[in-house]
Ligand binder design. Structure first.
Ligand code: ADP
Length: 383
């Protein structure tokens, strides 16, 4: 079977007509970021921002047209609304799906007030940080596992589209299965369901995401994944306070947010930015976790407050949020986190695992408070 080329695909797409302009989607300049690799095809169709829902049939038609071509293994088409109508700026989606993945249709961005992204999920918490490298993902993983250890049904969504770390941290390899060719089954390890863009793309794939692509990928990972019934979905947010964070904070009905910070003042300033972002969009901030709070020496078990201690706690008080707990900087945490055996499961009797469980338990109390307990399931339809 000869390799399908971009020209073949564009030729076929000339048969698809944009109902708004009456032109075919290729002549209308709507096809963006077309990629093919081993028969896996991905591209975006640029549409006016307010026409997303209306043009879903167009997306579907384009996807079906490409999927029907001989030599095409999968077709992933998303609608993107990068530019205001009339401007010429291009979106450049860079993530081509690979492997024998079935079709994974993209979804248009639903207008506010529409859509039910996660019907079986009772609560959603975001784990966020103002900047990278503070241990946000490690904390998200161990909180998720701490919640699971508490008997709750837990999912973990890696929203860190730019630097997905959940496959490695949760020790999961392989690709998610799709039984119906439309929705993906989440991966699972240590009793926690996991979804990450890292399952779909190779680590080396350069990812130059633009705002709408990020949004679309995040929404697919919620809507097109069979999360099933969950007590809580823990979302590992991308670091910082940019597009992806705002998307999550605004589009996902977050029950609350947990901010991870190191004790250094500069990190605390960043933490405050994250905090203010959630406050702006009316997401309750459950509190701050101080990570790498002190050094736990493996030789003598002694505690060294190398960054000074108590900064995050004081800062939390000053900002009027709760202090959820502290975690030491410890070789065992790093080693286990990086080899896919998080300390909460690999060494549950350790002090640090106990710290994580205590944090998870506090978080759970706050979830219960925020949702009025499980008997009154929260509304999770986007408002
Ligand atoms: P972020 O998500 O904020 O970028 P990560 O969770 O990826 O941060 O952590 C960055 C690095 O720091 C990883 O190598 C991780 O194993 C390590 N790390 C995180 N928390 C701790 C800790 N408490 N003790 C030791 N190493 C840690």
């Amino acid at each position: 079977m000869s390799e399908i080329t971009k020209d073949d695909i564009l030729e076929a797409l000339k048969a698809v007509t944009d109902p708004i302009s009456g032109k075919d989607v290729v002549s209308a300049g709507m096809i963006q970021g077309l990629q093919t690799r081993d028969g896996n095809v991905a591209f975006a169709i640029e549409v006016p921002a307010d026409k997303g829902a209306e043009l879903e049939p167009l997306r579907k038609e384009a996807e079906n047209t490409v999927f029907a071509l001989s030599g095409v293994v999968s077709a992933t088409v998303v609608l993107t609304a990068e530019r205001p109508q009339g401007s010429q700026e291009q979106a450049t989606p860079q993530a081509a799906p690979q492997g024998g993945q079935q079709t994974k249709p993209g979804q248009p961005v639903p207008p506010q007030g529409q859509g039910d992204l996660l019907p079986g999920v009772k609560s959603i918490i975001a784990v966020a940080s103002g900047k990278g490298g503070v241990g946000k993902s490690t904390t998200a993983v161990n909180i998720a596992l701490g919640l699971a250890a508490g008997g709750h049904k837990v999912g973990l969504l890696d929203a860190d589209i730019y630097g997905p770390s959940m496959p490695r941290m949760m020790g999961i390899t392989g690709r998610p299965n799709s039984a119906d060719g439309k929705t993906l089954d989440p991966m699972e390890n240590y009793g926690v369901k996991v979804m990450s863009i890292g399952f779909m793309i190779d680590e080396e794939t350069p990812m130059i995401w633009r705002g709408p692509m990020v949004q679309s990928a995040l929404e697919q990972m919620m809507r097109d994944v069979n999360w099933g019934e969950l007590d809580v979905l823990v979302v590992d947010m991308p670091p910082g306070t940019g597009d992806a964070q705002l998307t999550m904070a605004q589009r996902v009905p977050l029950t609350g947010a947990v901010i991870v910070s190191t004790p250094q003042d500069i990190a605390l300033l960043d933490a405050r930015k994250g905090l203010n972002m959630f406050r702006k969009v009316d997401v309750p901030v459950f509190g701050i976790v101080e990570n790498m709070s002190y050094f736990l020496c493996p030789d003598n078990g002694k505690r060294y407050d190398i960054f000074g201690h108590g900064g995050a706690k004081k800062e939390a008080e000053r900002m009027g949020v709760d202090f959820l707990g502290e975690v030491p900087i410890e070789i065992e945490i790093r080693e286990n986190s990086d080899k896919g055996t998080p300390i909460t499961v690999s060494d549950p009797d350790s002090q640090s695992a106990a710290n994580y469980r205590a944090i998870a338990s506090t978080v759970w109390d706050k979830i219960e408070k925020a949702t009025g307990g499980e008997s009154r399931a929260p509304k999770i339809v986007i408002q």
